[in-house]
Design a protein around this ligand. Structure first.
Ligand code: ATP
Length: 312
């Protein structure tokens, strides 16, 4: 089985019991989330192995996250626990159309205790791909150094790198994000970005121009209910989304990333990768929660019509 590594914060998520502004929501359901952990769960459910590098609070919520990640079969041997900083949490607001808004309580984040020195030179030895998300880069200032160390290790070992900017303007300014991402782009093989995010980050530059200036093998643009487009250095592939009723689109992008990376590492062609990734994104958007809808390989194959669903 292929193996990926990723680094980032995980949080306890409070999902609202009803849609609308948070101040009118009287109760919440507790779950677990965080872009990088969602990605790790996504690839694990698709029968790959995921090493999740992180630091969580040594508290009740930290134990919940740790047990949850272990339960999903994620390699948690590189998850540190700190008694000094509480595990991060966030509350979600959901609009009638399924679009979400997030309110974070993660400053300081336990990641403050995960420094460059905590990264062992051998951490990527058995890994086939490194996935970095912009959320991680935004959460603490020193994270960029830690990420650059991991990126350098990956490059030294010829391990491909995927990057999702996951722009969170509640955590930093667009200027700061752009300056930090500039250091990452030249090293990556896959850029997995949302369409509006691409426009914000690159201010009117074309995909081709961005691709050429940073020598990125593939730029994958996620377009919500419009599906997605992949640009290689020579080709462009578009694929429509599956027609569904979206309930909660948070996490659809992480699901897409997981299925794209899965099919990339397993040698599928681009149209097939897009089909699987759109399918995974749609399945997560159809269910309340950030990772509850992440499909197993069989569920994904059934949803996209490759396998028959037998329910009785
Ligand atoms: P986020 O970071 O908020 O998860 P994103 O911008 O990275 O989002 P989206 O484009 O919102 O990602 O969604 C990723 C993929 O999920 C889309 O490319 C599409 O395949 C699928 N998807 C999302 N929303 C819908 C929808 N309403 N209908 C069908 N498919 C959807």
């Amino acid at each position: 089985n292929k193996r990926i590594a990723t680094i980032g914060d995980a949080m306890v998520v409070f999902n609202p019991s009803k849609t609308g502004p948070l101040r009118f929501v009287p109760s919440f359901e507790r779950a677990v989330g965080g872009a990088e952990l969602n990605f790790a769960i996504g690839v694990t459910r698709l029968d790959m192995e995921a090493k999740w590098i992180s630091c969580i609070g040594d508290d009740e919520f930290g134990k919940l996250i740790y047990n949850f990640a272990r339960g999903e079969g994620i390699d948690v041997s590189h998850v540190l626990r700190t008694p000094h900083i509480p595990t991060s949490i966030y509350f979600k607001e959901i609009r009638e159309d399924g679009a979400g808004k997030s309110f974070y309580y993660r400053n300081p984040s336990p990641l403050l205790e995960l420094t460059e020195d905590c990264i062992d030179e051998s951490v990527l030895d058995d890994v086939d791909l490194l996935h970095i998300s912009g959320v991680y880069l935004a959460v603490c200032k020193h994270n960029i150094q830690v990420a650059l160390k991991l990126i350098a290790l990956a490059q030294a070992k010829n391990i491909p790198i995927s990057f999702d900017p996951n722009l969170r303007l509640k955590l930093w300014t667009i200027e700061d994000a752009r300056a930090v991402y500039e250091k990452v782009y030249p090293s990556i093989n896959l850029l997995l970005t949302g369409q509006d995010e691409f426009e914000l980050l690159f201010e009117g530059r074309t995909v081709k121009d961005v691709q050429e200036s940073y020598k990125i093998d593939e730029i994958i643009v996620k377009k919500g209910e419009q599906g997605a487009t992949v640009y290689t250095t020579t080709e462009q592939h578009d694929r429509e989304a599956f027609s569904i009723r979206a309930i909660d689109t948070v996490g659809a992008g992480d699901a897409f990333d997981a299925a794209y990376v899965y099919s990339y590492l397993n040698g599928y062609d681009i149209p097939e990768r897009l089909r699987l990734a759109n399918g995974a994104g749609a399945l997560v958007a159809m269910i309340k929660g950030d990772n509850e809808g992440l499909p197993s390989l069989q569920e994904l194959r059934q949803f996209i019509g490759d396998e028959k669903l037998i329910e009785r």
